[in-house]
Design a protein. Structure first.
Length: 188
């Protein structure tokens, strides 16, 4: 099975999505998981994560800033080609926006799962989904994301996993900084 995860956004959004993707990976260990994400901090955070086989990094902001430039059209066409070449069986739209819901549709993915229409920020996004997962909008966003993968039969047990790969060089820098202040610091 080939699954496309769609969560394009910011670092915090991606961190909140990681427990659902980790549960998906545990439930479908042989599946090929790809993640479509916008270029920037979020894509760098996902680089090397053990639960994803492939990152598909998109320059959506660049496309919007220069929608009529040759560069934007070339980049958009290339990204769409990469999505189509993935020959995904299904996609999960963790974002619920028109841009996130339309990408799997444009890529020709036959099974497209998203939140139920009533909780979407952009309700028209549901037009691109083939299945809607029931969601309690009062739940924490992590629980809502876990609900999307539960729609596929993924059991949600135990503590949440946040599988972020930390390169050894960056870990060494953090250790040196921590030691230089005697382990006393605050993160804001």
């Amino acid at each position: 099975m080939r699954i496309l995860i769609v969560k394009l956004g910011a670092i915090g959004d991606v961190v909140h999505t990681l427990p659902a993707v980790a549960a998906l990976r545990a439930h479908f260990p042989e599946a090929h998981l790809s993640w479509a994400v916008e270029r920037g901090g979020a894509s760098r955070l996902l680089d090397g994560t053990p639960v994803v086989d492939q990152l598909i990094v998109l320059a959506l902001k660049g496309w919007r800033q220069a929608p009529f430039s040759r560069w934007a059209w070339r980049e958009a066409w290339s990204a769409l080609g990469e999505l189509r070449q993935g020959r995904f069986d299904l996609s999960i739209d963790f974002q619920g926006l028109l841009k996130s819901a339309s990408l799997p549709w444009l890529a020709g993915i036959p099974r497209r799962i998203g939140f139920e229409r009533g909780v979407l920020r952009e309700r028209a996004a549901s037009l691109f989904h083939t299945e809607e997962a029931p969601t309690d909008p009062q739940d924490h966003i992590i629980r809502q994301y876990l609900g999307l993968v539960a729609h596929l039969g993924v059991a949600i047990d135990g503590p949440y996993a946040f599988p972020i790969a930390i390169p050894p060089a960056e870990e060494a820098v953090a250790d040196r900084l921590s030691q230089s202040v005697g382990g006393q610091f605050a993160i804001l």
